[in-house]
Write a protein that binds this ligand. Sequence first.
Ligand SMILES: [Zn+2]
Length: 171
Amino acid sequence: MAIRPILTLPDPILRKKAKPIERVDDTLRRLMGDMLLTMYDAPGIGLAAPQIGVSRRLIVMDPAKDDAPKTPLVMVNPEILERSEELRLHEEGCLSIPDFTAEVERPARTRVGYIDREGQPQEIELEGIWATLVQHEIDHLNGVLFIDYLSRLKRDMVVRKFTKQKRAEAL
Ligand SMILES: [Zn+2]
């Protein structure tokens, strides 16, 4: 397994709609392993394949605190089947937008369908941090970032900051 570099704003891959995965095999399981390793190393609580430059519908998540036992959840081709009307406010961050957080309101509960590590279809109901997390990660597969929920002014400010930073690094 290997830690992969994480792409940051404004990398165009982050804005692409990721393609569905056709087969769960050892190559894909290796990618899942790399993603979990990369996420824990960052450290982060969620990672979507496009964030490491792979434009495929695969996400990994684990909101467990540092000292708690690990509770990784890997989803292939995840799809939100139901969302609650009740909303939940959470201060979100993103490994692709380092050092920036903002409060985002999303449905408090979701039912998600996905394919697991063994290639079996699953359905799960998620709430709390898990619900926020799964929606954030599935957004990545559709080229959507959490800053898209902020005011245009705020979002443009963040994008500008990262674009400038990248230009400075390129010099
Ligand atoms: Zn993210």
